[in-house]
Ligand binder design. Structure first.
Ligand code: G3H
Ligand code: 13P
Ligand code: ZN
Length: 330
């Protein structure tokens, strides 16, 4: 067992308190590999932003739990070497069992999400409470979730949003003891968040998705004043990245994300953590496809992973400075 403090990591408590008071959001960027981690740390050090390094259960299997522990410790040392000791949280994204959360805590995570949103309410409360009881013994923060995000890229079963019911949030927070709560207000995971027929077109023919349900967010805020709220599925799916991918042999169809101005509005509210994974995937894939097409004789992975890392870093810096507002908050 290693405690996150030994690795130089922090939990999310103080970061969320500052984000709430300062009306910005902490970036939660997913990673699986070295280049993504380098890009995140470089971007956050250069913008002096705190960061939540997010690892899904799939990412943990891909990268290996032991390597992740040292990568996170390395990230702390790397940020110092780059000249600024930014606060870094290592967070389990969408933990689905108590055992997975416990194991992550034992391997140095400073924050875990227990996602019981697919269970019925009472089961979600019970499971989340069990994780909180364990995690809090070690100072580890816990994120819970109420409401189900739609995933139109998945089965039909997930096609409809189950928006968070504001009348449940206060009871859930009280009974579970969670430190933050993810809610469902119209975002979803992946690069196909809306179908074109759900959208309208502006004068330039650009598809405009239906707005997020800020009425639900505001109703939740009233129920749990000052409590940190989390937004999943918050990628904007930049059209230039989608176009580059398709120009160089990709086949992404109807990729539509959350407009940035809606995320700026969310970041200024009680939303203290905004999750972004897909935009990083798009940036990396666009850069790699372009490098493959332009330099077909090249076979040194550094020649295409290097540009992918640079492209990722630019995406992260843009989010921090222009969308989340966490610049200079480290
Ligand atoms: O919310 C999901 C994240 O984008 C992680 O995705 O399970 O494919 O690693 P993943
Ligand atoms: P995106 O797929 O919109 O990037 O969302 C990521 C996420 O919510 C990770 O938990
Ligand atoms: Zn998510």
């Amino acid at each position: 067992m290693v405690n996150y403090k030994e690795l130089g990591l922090v939990n999310s408590k103080e970061l969320f308190a500052k984000a709430m008071a300062g009306q910005y959001a902490i970036p939660a960027f997913n990673f699986n590999n070295l280049e993504q981690l380098q890009a995140i740390i470089q971007a956050c050090v250069e913008t002096k932003s705190p960061v939540i390094l997010q690892v899904s259960s799939g990412a943990r299997k891909y990268a290996n739990q032991t390597l992740l522990r040292y990568l996170a410790q390395g990230a702390v040392e790397y940020s110092k070497e780059l000249g600024y000791n930014i606060p870094i949280v290592l967070h389990l994204d969408h933990g689905d069992t108590f055992e997975l959360c416990k194991s992550c805590i034992e391997y140095g995570f400073s924050s875990v999400m227990i996602d019981g949103s697919h269970h019925d309410y009472n089961h979600n409360v019970e499971l989340t409470h069990q994780v909180v009881e364990y995690a809090h013994q070690y100072g580890v923060s816990v994120e819970g979730e109420l409401g189900v995000l739609a995933g139109i890229e998945d089965d039909v079963s997930a096609e409809h949003h189950v928006y968070t019911q504001p009348e449940e949030v206060s009871d859930f927070v009280k009974k579970t003891g969670v430190d933050s709560l993810a809610i469902s207000i119209g975002t979803s995971h992946g690069a196909n968040k809306f179908k074109p027929e759900q959208c309208t077109r502006n004068a330039d023919g650009v598809l405009i998705p239906p707005p997020l349900r800020f009425d639900i967010l505001e109703a939740c805020e009233k129920m749990i004043p000052g409590f940190p709220i989390v937004l999943h599925g918050a990628s904007s799916v930049p059209q230039d990245k989608v176009d580059t991918i398709n120009q160089y042999g990709g086949a992404l169809k109807d990729a539509i994300g959350i407009p940035e101005e809606q995320l700026r509005r969310a970041a200024a509210s009680a939303v203290c953590k905004i999750n972004i994974d897909s935009d990083g995937r798009l940036a990396m894939t666009a850069a790699i496809r372009e490098q493959f097409a332009l330099n077909p004789k090249e076979f040194d992975p550094r020649k295409y992973l290097g540009p992918a890392r640079d492209a990722l870093k630019e995406v992260y810096k843009h989010k921090i400075v222009n969308v989340l507002g966490s610049v200079d908050k480290a």
